[in-house]
Design a protein around this ligand. Sequence first.
Ligand SMILES: NC(=O)C1=CN([C@@H]2O[C@H](COP(=O)(O)OP(=O)(O)OC[C@H]3O[C@@H](n4cnc5c(N)ncnc54)[C@H](O)[C@@H]3O)[C@@H](O)[C@H]2O)C=CC1
Ligand SMILES: O=C(O)C(=O)Cc1ccc(O)cc1
Length: 309
Amino acid sequence: MTDVKFKKLALIGIGLIGSSIARSVKAHGLADEIVCAARTADTRRIALELGIVDAAYENPVDAVKGADLVILCTPIGTYGPLAATIGPALEAGTILTDVGSVKEAVVKAVTPHLPDYVDFIPGHPVAGTEKSGPAAGFAELFIGRWFILTPTPKSSHEGLEKLTAFWTAMGSKVETMDPAHHDLVLAITSHIPHLIAYNIVGTADDLEDVTQSEVIKYSAGGFRDFTRIAASDPTMWRDVFLHNKDAVLEMLGRFSEDLTALQRAIRREDGDTLFEIFSRTRAIRRQIIDAGQETAEPDFGRIHSPDDE
Ligand SMILES: NC(=O)C1=CN([C@@H]2O[C@H](COP(=O)(O)OP(=O)(O)OC[C@H]3O[C@@H](n4cnc5c(N)ncnc54)[C@H](O)[C@@H]3O)[C@@H](O)[C@H]2O)C=CC1
Ligand SMILES: O=C(O)C(=O)Cc1ccc(O)cc1
């Protein structure tokens, strides 16, 4: 069996995902030492007080010294500059990976800054919540969730095996995928749903004849689920859309065509078409539940965190 234990794990960024990794790695004993880099003294203090890291540095170069596993856990737009900063400080054989929600742009931004002896293996945990920051993380976040690895032609086979064992030990189901394919799939399953949520909540907020209080009062239905998604971190999601532009625009084109078909069916009072479309989508929900990916509650595919109301 592949040895899954690392000597020193350096997490660059210790927000929701970085802190969840720290907690899970600690719980499963997957690293002898866990350190992080965080820009603000406040974040470093919280991470240390939570007891999820052994040391916290302002400068990422200090954090990666002697690390055999480095994980980028900041918004995607920071990955290129961060790789340029830490690249020369990484040691031979170190595995560098990330958790970014987009993969092709990450490969393009990071690869040019790395020495040949660094083993870069990009990845994405398909697990999260709308919350941010080190206090929002929890050790169980990755259990039963997919982790997608998108190795580059230079990624080593041993590194891939070790990272697979690492994420499997944290409870994830690991899949390997081409970065462009990843970005297309995630555009429709994750990025566009977030865009729709941002849009619908924004539209409701703009309505002149629906007061703020009515929006809140009647938000017990589907709208409430959209408000959760639309509360997701603006910096993170700005970067997702800027870095997965082509795939999102491609999927958005298809989405708009289908929306127009629904609009037409409503205008023409074409109940058969509406019924046929809604029956097809209901069957998809059934398939997801049967595949064990979701509970039957109408919760918009959410992933619960312990501090939810
Ligand atoms: N939030 C989610 O549900 C998921 C997020 N991801 C990915 O994980 C990454 C991190 O997201 P979260 O942990 O949710 O965000 P977060 O906002 O909770 O944490 C990000 C951390 O990075 C820090 N940061 C920002 N710019 C920095 C810089 N230049 N240098 C050092 N630190 C910097 C922030 O201060 C913050 O502490 C993103 O790339 C995102 O695409 C992946 C799966 C799920
Ligand atoms: O909060 C939710 O429902 C999510 O969808 C979380 C999420 C956000 C971004 C990702 O790349 C993966 C998962």
